[in-house]
Design a binder for this molecule. Structure first.
Ligand code: SF4
Length: 298
């Protein structure tokens, strides 16, 4: 049995059933990919069917206003993703649905991984979309690199050329590897129960205990936070959005106290205005002289 067949065989028995794996519809796949960015699968499972019921295709989403998409997205966080998705729908309607990875990547908001995922899952292109999980399992399995960085992506892609079969279910291998990475080839891999251990280039090193598992790296938060506020700015921006969704408009003088009980007009006013300004640039709100309101499209 080839390594690719073995991973598919394992996938048939242990792979997760997820609704976006049952479709080749590019719109539905893109919705799942954008939702899955920075959001857990369990949460996406709640929102995905609701979103598709409201916006079943490119056209319905392209016609939606900012307020409608933000309302439907509310709770998933990072609302800009919803507006970006809507703008991609508008671009697809204007230019036609891309037919390969390169064309997908020309659309604003679609990066290399998403373009590769769309090509692999909707067009059955023979490629490996490399995200963190695929990078980890791919580098271990195909290169023998236990803890890879982005630098290994090109080598993984080249090695995948041989690994991916030319016929059959090659297009299901990325999903199979994704589940293998999530369930078996985790940071501390379970090589002894892994279906790939006989051919995996990193397995001998792990099994012999020759690899030191790095301590959890303490990543510096990239989120901005104002002086001693307990939450990052994104939480306060979420509160502002919630506020203007609930009330038609909110007086500028009251916004600060309504989103933050420790709001100090002397120390926090500039911070609040910076957040409002950014939200206006993102077309989430309209900032007027005396009040703030949900963005109205003109
Ligand atoms: Fe990962 Fe170990 Fe399986 Fe290789 S054998 S793919 S390192 S779990």
């Amino acid at each position: 049995m080839s390594p690719a067949t073995r991973v598919l065989h394992w996938y048939d028995q242990h792979g997760r059933t997820l609704p976006w794996r049952d479709t080749e519809n590019a719109y539905q796949i893109l919705v799942s990919e954008i939702m899955l960015q920075q959001t857990q699968v369990s949460r996406v499972l709640e929102y995905y069917p609701r979103w598709l019921a409201l916006f079943p295709d490119w056209t319905s989403l392209a016609q939606a206003t900012n307020a409608e998409v933000i309302r439907a997205w509310s709770g998933l966080g990072y609302n800009r993703r919803a507006l970006m998705l809507r703008d991609i729908a508008r671009a697809v309607l204007a230019r036609g649905e891309p037919k390969n990875q390169q064309d997908w990547q020309t659309l604003k908001g679609i990066g290399p991984y998403t373009a590769a995922a769309l090509a692999a899952f909707s067009l059955h292109a023979r490629i490996l979309p490399i995200d963190t999980n695929i990078r980890r399992v791919g580098a271990r399995l195909l290169l023998g690199v236990p803890f890879p960085s982005l630098k290994q992506d090109e080598r993984i892609q080249r090695a995948a050329e041989n690994f991916l079969p030319r016929r059959g279910r090659f297009y299901e291998i990325p999903q199979a590897l994704f589940d293998l990475a999530t369930l078996v080839c985790t940071k501390t891999p379970h090589c002894l129960t892994c279906p790939m251990r006989s051919t995996c280039l990193a397995a001998p090193k792990f099994i012999a205990g020759r690899i030191r598992i790095p301590k959890r790296s303490i990543k510096k938060s990239v989120e901005t936070r104002h002086r001693d506020k307990p939450y990052p700015d994104r939480i306060y921006r979420g509160r502002i959005l919630h506020l203007v969704q609930k009330k038609r408009r909110v007086s500028l003088k009251r916004v600060g106290a309504l989103i933050d009980e420790t709001f100090d007009a002397t120390q926090d006013q500039a911070w609040l205005l910076r957040m409002l300004d950014r939200m206006e640039k993102d077309h989430l709100i309209d900032l007027k002289t005396r009040f703030v309101q949900l963005h109205v499209e003109t």
